[in-house]
Design a protein around this ligand. Structure first.
Ligand code: GPV
Length: 797
């Protein structure tokens, strides 16, 4: 939008006076942040209103992306960038003696997600709006987001994330759009003539769902979509005359906390309640809005697409059926057709421990009517498909069996599209994990490789690199990332390559400063910055990284590291609070770090840094300064990964396995510009089928590994008596579930090759440039366009 510095400064002054009775002279940064946010909200609200009117007028089809997690991070700079005001506001603030970056730090990260899945949802929100696609989010407004992590004595300690205390200036509470969601009680069917039945209910618990809307502002266009987050409240009025304390507490806890488990199924009643809560509220709002436009219900799939982000919102399927059948007297057959047409589903993992399977008992008592509908869906599925494909395939794919409701099965059977999040992952779904479904519904399966919102991950996170790209190839890449390919023309231009190297060096200096402030460790910006940032999981193999660090440490101690290129290993990772093993790894990383960083033999050849409380805004500081991104999951376990794409876009080289999107990154950049090691998925599957892996054989025959692993239990690494034993046993007694020892040698060799390559500044810088130049296909703009065309059938404005 058009705005002068003067106009903006005037608006900010007004806002400060109106909201805080302050001036630009005596306001503190928090007050400036709040006032500034309100001014910005004022700017985009006109566009928001206008786009809502446009959407209603045209009734064009819209997508509703249901996700139990979102991770937008900070909104201030993102909104400024997308409105085209970043520079104007930065300059205007500087004029009044303020600094936008400092002001921005007063915004609490909106961290209502765990990791990749939640961040993907937010990248999609940005990309939907920025490509002009009508697509909205639907989720939960958790009072407490993902816990804050402190490291105390090397241990992870969790603190509550109280992000709403100062208020959230971006959200709009819409009490007029509140709906009721009902739980428990008894349900029975009564005949209403002509063989039709209708459900009757008693003793249900009613909870009020109130939506809080947040504008998702598109990049320099007219689109503003909505992120709708639901809060549980006590319904006012007649139904509940004397609410019991228990009931009031129930209501309060429902939307209080995000479950802190990533890629892990918890099975708790409250979680099921959360799932139904935001699903029911979201669908009610959608149907109400649709009917208010005067459109006929049987045509709803022409106007509405509902996306189920992993199985957490899978109850969309029976709930949509309930609304159509019970509330709008539609026949089962018609309702089912509409449901399958409206729904689509993304699977984000093949790991068994993440698969949601709710106990029938729990489902029946918490959601009696929904349970009935699920059983009916299941019976009809069996009846229809046993004659077509035989009893054994149907048994394998049934929704209700062994006393459990299988949510992935429900999602596939009740939707028209099931996609994985990278080629290898989608292939594994078709060929292995969901093979039986693939035989029954081959046309439903497809791939949508993940992507990232380049606006946040380069334009905001790396302004200096963005500026250099502008200078080199012009600014058009900011609108269309494909234009980055123009950079290829400069791959042998040393003058340009040196400029890119200089920017990376500045980024590293900035991170070095942060590391000194936060951890008190001095790191050398000339060292290789080697970064692994992601949730802590055994399958992601942070331990493999740590074992290699120990190898380098012993090399130094043995005097075998004369010519070693100095390295700084940087970690950021949260462990689920109840995930013992992951917490043991965090402790081990921190103790190894202390040991190495305080050893005077090491000098600045090797440093290890664990940055606490990894989150979106910390990622924005870390990723630009990486030389190397670690993507070292066991092949076949990481569905896609998305930090791999962020590193690439910021000119870091990947060291990784043939897993997830690493494979497509390799295809995009070519073998010379990525460091691949370890087993591939077929090697892994082969071990699974022949069952012949013996980690102790490797332990006993590899003296380097033996020495490293022994250091975990013989006191060489101090202060990890219990954790060291747990890790040692996992590698030996428990047979190394994720083949860390099996891939160790290959990893070490590849790290060595990487180090040698780094010495060749021209070759290295060229590879970095080629990573940036080929990053466009990992833009989430590309991803959402594919969803829009191939799954949702929605069009850009
Ligand atoms: I399931 N993922 C996640 O962050 N949380 C989950 O509960 C589940 C999956 C992740 C995958 O692990 C990543 O490989 C993937 O890139 C990401 O989802 C987005 O698709």
């Amino acid at each position: 939008m058009e705005l002068t510095k003067q106009q903006f400064t005037e608006d900010l002054r007004k806002s400060l006076t109106q909201n805080f009775a302050k001036t630009t002279k005596n306001a503190n940064d928090q007050e400036i942040y709040m006032s500034l946010a309100r001014v910005i909200k004022g700017y985009y609200s006109k566009i928001w209103l206008e786009d809502n009117e446009y959407k209603d007028k045209t009734a064009a089809k819209q997508t509703y992306y249901f996700s139990i997690e979102f991770m937008p991070g900070r909104m201030l700079k993102s909104n400024l960038l997308n409105l085209g005001l970043l520079q104007t506001v930065r300059d205007a603030l500087a004029d009044i003696g303020s600094d936008l970056d400092k002001i921005s730090e007063n915004e609490q990260d909106m961290a209502i997600g765990n990791g990749g899945l939640g961040r993907l949802a937010s990248c999609f929100m940005d990309s939907l709006a920025s490509t002009g696609l009508p697509g909205n989010g639907n989720g939960i407004r958790y009072k407490y987001g993902l816990f804050k992590q402190r490291i105390i004595d090397g241990y992870q300690v969790e603190l509550p994330d109280v992000w709403l205390t100062n208020g959230n200036p971006w959200e709009v509470r819409r009490s007029d759009k509140a709906v009721e969601v009902k739980f428990g009680g008894n349900v029975w069917m009564e005949e209403i003539g002509h063989g039709r039945y209708t459900p009757h209910f008693e003793n249900q618990e009613t909870i009020l769902a109130v939506p809080y809307d947040t504008a998702m502002v598109g990049y320099e266009n007219k689109t503003v979509n909505n992120l709708c987050l639901w809060r549980a409240e006590l319904p006012e009025g007649s139904e509940v005359i004397h609410p019991s304390l228990d009931y009031m507490q129930d209501v309060d806890t429902l939307s209080a906390v995000l479950y802190p488990d990533d890629s892990n199924y918890s099975g708790r009643l409250l979680r099921l309640k959360q799932e139904y809560f935001f699903v029911s509220a979201g669908l009610q709002r959608i149907v109400n809005h649709y009917l208010n436009l005067g459109l006929p219900l049987p045509r709803i799939p022409e106007h509405v697409a509902v996306h189920i982000n992993d199985t957490h919102p899978a109850l969309c399927i029976p709930e949509f059926m309930r609304i159509l059948i019970d509330e709008h007297e539609m026949s089962w057959e018609s309702a089912w057709q509409l449901t399958v047409k409206t729904m689509s589903y993304t699977n984000h993992t093949i790991m068994a421990e993440a698969m949601e399977k709710w106990s029938e008992e729990m489902m029946k008592s918490l959601l009696p009517r929904i349970y009935q509908i699920i059983v009916e869906i299941d019976n009809r599925f069996a009846k229809e498909y046993i004659p077509k494909v035989g009893p054994s395939l149907v048994h394998n794919t049934r929704i209700v069996k062994d006393g459990k409701v299988h949510m992935a099965n429900l999602s596939i059977i009740g939707s028209h599209s099931t996609n994985g999040v990278a080629k290898i992952h989608s292939d594994l779904l078709k060929d292995v994990v969901l093979h039986d479904f693939y035989i029954i519904f081959p046309e439903r399966f497809n791939n949508k490789t993940n992507g990232i919102a380049e606006r946040r991950w380069i334009q905001i996170a790396n302004e200096e690199l963005s500026g250099l790209i502008d200078e080199t190839i012009g600014k058009s890449w900011r609108k269309d990332l494909n234009d980055l390919t123009v950079l290829k023309a400069f791959q042998d231009n040393d003058e340009i390559l040196n400029k890119f190297e200089a920017v990376k060096f500045h980024d590293k200096e900035r991170l070095a400063k942060l590391i000194l402030e936060k951890n008190g460790i001095t790191v050398n910006p000339n060292a290789i910055f080697d970064v692994q940032v992601k949730r802590l999981h055994a399958y992601k193999r942070q331990l493999l990284n740590l074992l290699h660090i120990m190898k380098l440490y012993f090399d130094i101690k043995d005097g075998n590291a004369e010519n070693m290129v100095p390295r700084v290993f940087i970690f950021g990772a949260k462990a689920a609070p109840s995930y013992q093993y992951a917490k043991a790894i965090i402790k081990a990383i921190n103790e190894v770090a202390n040991m190495i960083n305080s050893d005077t033999d090491v000098e600045d050849k090797l440093k290890v840094v664990f940055l606490e409380n990894y989150n979106v805004s910390l990622a924005e500081q870390i990723i630009p300064s990486a030389n190397v991104g670690e993507q070292i999951s066991l092949a076949s376990t990481e569905a896609s990964g998305t930090s791999n794409m962020k590193f690439m876009l910021n000119g870091a080289l990947t060291i990784g396995t043939l897993d997830g999107a690493n494979i497509e990154i390799k295809d995009a950049v070519g073998d010379e510009n990525i460091f691949i090691f370890g087993m591939n998925k077929d090697d892994v599957l082969e071990y699974y089928t022949n069952g012949r892996y013996q980690s102790t054989e490797i332990y006993n025959s590899n003296p380097i590994l033996k020495r490293i692993l022994n250091a975990f239990v013989d006191g060489s690494i101090p202060n990890i008596e219990n954790e060291g034993r747990e890790i040692f046993d996992s590698m030996t007694v428990y047979n190394d579930e994720y083949f860390v020892l099996r891939d160790f040698d290959s990893y070490v060799e590849t790290q060595k090759r990487l180090e040698d390559y780094y010495r060749d500044r021209h070759a290295w810088n060229k590879s970095c440039l080629l990573n940036i130049a080929n990053a466009a296909r990992f833009s989430s703009d590309r991803t959402v366009r594919e969803y829009a065309e191939q799954i949702w059938q929605i069009n850009p404005r």
